[in-house]
Design a protein around this ligand. Structure first.
Ligand code: ACO
Length: 154
């Protein structure tokens, strides 16, 4: 599997991006300013992540997704690790990510990759998304913010 930057002549995989974020409008916004990377296997885009610069020192993983049928096989972890190494190589000192209070598997993945929980944006999803989101039987209301100090990564 190859993970590489999306080429200028390639279309971002919107079907995958929508798995992580139901708002096409928000996706289009961060695609404009962000960097999109794709995981390719046998010429098929299996995964994607998008990073944006929050400030000159910090990069955020705004979206990360793996196609249905390929989830749970380690691709997501490879993408998160790629994003961490890529941010460090580009000279950023911090990487952030946010996910829903109901996203149990995602919270496990990010913490396994070294992210620490640093805050909660209360009612972020109820205020910003018109449709009610339910995962694992839990209403998604709040955004859990996580970050990693890249100066501590070897
Ligand atoms: N408890 C403990 N660990 C868990 C749980 C759980 N409930 N669920 C998952 N994990 C762990 C797995 O055990 C694994 O860790 P391990 O390698 O140590 O065993 C890890 O989390 C998951 O690893 P992968 O197989 O690499 O994950 P996957 O390829 O499925 O990618 C992703 C994860 C991107 C979240 C994928 O499932 C997906 O696309 N989901 C839908 C879209 C989505 O929710 N994206 C994230 C939204 S937040 C955002 O975009 C910023």
């Amino acid at each position: 599997m190859e993970i590489r930057k999306l080429r200028s002549n390639e279309t971002p995989p919107m079907d995958l991006l929508l798995l992580a974020d139901p708002s096409r409008k928000m996706i289009e916004e961060y695609l404009t300013s962000g960097h999109c990377y794709v995981a390719i296997m046998e010429k098929v885009m299996m995964g994607v992540y998008v990073t944006t610069e929050t400030n000159p020192e910090t990069v955020e993983i705004a979206n990360i997704a793996v196609m249905y049928g390929k989830q749970g096989r380690g691709i997501g972890k490879k993408l998160v690790k790629h994003a961490i190494n890529n941010a460090r190589t580009r000279g950023f000192t911090k990487i952030e990510i946010g996910t829903g209070n109901s996203s149990i598997g995602q919270l496990a993945l990010y913490q396994k990759c070294g992210f620490r929980i640093v805050g909660i944006l209360k009612d972020f999803f109820t205020k910003n998304y018109p449709e009610k989101i339910i995962e694992n039987g839990i209403v998604c209301r709040d955004m859990i913010r996580l970050e990693m100090d890249l100066r501590a990564v070897k």
